[in-house]
Design a protein around this ligand. Structure first.
Ligand SMILES: Nc1nc2c(ncn2[C@@H]2O[C@H](COP(=O)(O)OP(=O)(O)OP(=O)(O)O)[C@@H](O)[C@H]2O)c(=O)[nH]1
Ligand SMILES: [Mg+2]
Length: 439
């Protein structure tokens, strides 16, 4: 966490939250009748609940354009004020991203805690982050979010009864905000350096792994789709006894860190399977940026298992959001298998699994379709193999083992000049053996 005494207001802000369940109201301006508006409000309510709020109601307004000063119009803002005065609400959560000036104005006008979806997601991540890397990433994202909003934050804090640390003790006004800004920027640059070092270590590990050569398969998908459940099921069926399970739970954003396990399916080549943070519509840009290094694991994989809760009526939208996020992290060119999970909720179990091309309708929690999924994984991984003929001299005979681990040997002869091999091997391993390929 922050080490600067000047930033005590930041700690206060987090501390002040660990109170009883707060009553929240969900607000949203529906700009020109957005078709996904209803669904987004419901999801915001789930997010609020995951963050310890109880949703007491919602106020929405159709608008042609957002109100620059207060997001919603003055009439609606008065309605919210009345709810706050009667004690029915102490937090107001906006679906629309609030600009720094809208946040400052609303906090002033409403005399209540005001947050938007980005802030809410940051709070969930703050509560759930466990490893020091995840903690640093979330802190970096939080500070990036705070930087342009210092004025509104100061109001929020003094309303909560906090001293506001440097923000309210040492005089007010622009000068103070400038001071706070400098402290935050310094801390962000420290965090950036430490995160860059972690990323370098990760790249080293990745290189070593590529050298020893098991293919990497990554789970990706909307939050709560069942990614961790699938990892656990594969570990249970084909992992080693010492492999620990990861947390799986019916809540948004349970997983924030990457876990990798070795899976050894019957009759197929072993592979590594990685589970990482889930996606959501409108995942704050600050977070995607801060979690880039964690997400880079997906971008470095040989195959992605795109997991979707197909029983959710919004699953089409969830898949679109996942694809957009994969594009964002430069992972859209990697081969994909679509895992339509939780199919037990929409189909008779006897009908499952259903395999249609690169899709499989299955159930991770019930273990239905796991073997078929492994067949598909193996097929896709070997589809990426290239046929080649090798003549390996005996002085480099360790490459025979390298080829057998990373590919499939079709024919092998021990000749006078060396080992003659016909094999199929992943494109990315060609570099290591290129001088022995026979043209
Ligand atoms: N009915 C049913 N429930 C499932 C299935 N797979 C997972 N679940 C449930 O869905 C919930 C979420 O599962 P997780 O594995 O934690 O989901 P996740 O994708 O890892 O979610 P985050 O880590 O939060 O992004 C849990 O309550 C699981 O028990 C399934 O095949 N069928
Ligand atoms: Mg998970």
């Amino acid at each position: 966490m922050l080490m600067h005494a000047e930033l005590s207001f930041f700690l206060e802000m987090i501390e002040n939250r660990k109170e009883e369940i707060k009553k929240a109201i969900i607000c949203g301006a529906d700009i020109r009748g957005d078709s996904g508006f209803r669904r987004q409000l419901d999801e915001l309510c789930r997010l609020a609940e995951a963050c310890g709020y109880s949703c007491e109601g919602e106020l929405t307004q159709h608008l042609d354009a957002e109100n620059n000063a207060t997001c919603m119009g003055p009439g609606k803002i008065s309605e919210i004020s009345e709810l706050i005065e009667t004690g029915d609400v102490d937090t107001v959560i906006f679906l629309n991203p609030l600009s720094p000036s809208q946040l400052a104005n609303l906090t002033e006008l409403l005399d209540a805690e005001v947050l938007d979806k980005t802030d809410l997601i940051l709070r969930i991540f703050e509560e759930r982050a466990r490893t020091s890397e995840a903690k640093m990433q979330v802190e970096y994202a939080r500070l990036g979010y705070m930087l342009p909003r210092l004025r509104g934050l100061r109001k929020n804090l003094s309303r909560q009864g906090g001293t506001g640390g440097s923000m309210s003790n040492k005089g007010s006004g622009e000068k103070q905000i400038e001071l706070d800004r400098r402290v935050i920027e310094k801390r962000m640059s420290e965090l950036r350096k430490r995160l860059e070092q972690i990323e370098r270590d990760r790249q080293q590990r990745r290189k070593r792994r590529a050298g020893s050569g098991l293919p990497l398969v990554s789970l990706a998908g909307y939050t709560n789709a069942g990614k961790s459940t699938l990892l656990n099921k594969l570990v249970e069926m084909y992992g080693s006894d010492s492999d620990k399970k990861v947390e799986q739970k019916d809540m948004l954003f349970v997983t924030l860190d990457t876990s990798t396990r070795r899976i050894c399916p019957r009759d197929h080549r072993d592979f590594l399977l990685s589970d990482t943070v889930g996606f959501i519509e409108g995942l704050p840009h600050e977070l995607v940026k801060a979690f880039r290094s964690t997400l880079s694991e997906i971008a470095a994989s040989d195959l992605i298992l795109h997991v979707t809760d197909c029983s959710d009526e919004e699953h089409g939208r969830h898949m679109e959001v996942t694809e957009e996020t994969l594009k964002d992290i430069s992972a859209s060119d990697i081969p994909v298998i679509y895992v339509m999970n939780k199919a037990d909720l929409s189909y008779e179990e006897a009908e499952l699994p259903i395999v249609m091309g690169d899709r499989i309708f299955m159930s991770a929690s019930k273990g239905i379709g796991v073997e078929q999924l492994c067949d598909m994984i193996s097929e896709r991984l070997s589809g990426e193999l290239i046929s080649c003929e090798l003549m390996i001299p005996y002085r480099a005979s360790e490459l025979e083992h390298f080829v057998s681990v990373n590919g499939e040997i079709e024919k092998k002869d021990y000749t006078r000049d060396g080992i003659e091999i016909s094999c199929r091997i992943g494109r990315r391993y060609l570099k290591r053996i290129k001088e022995y390929i026979r043209l």
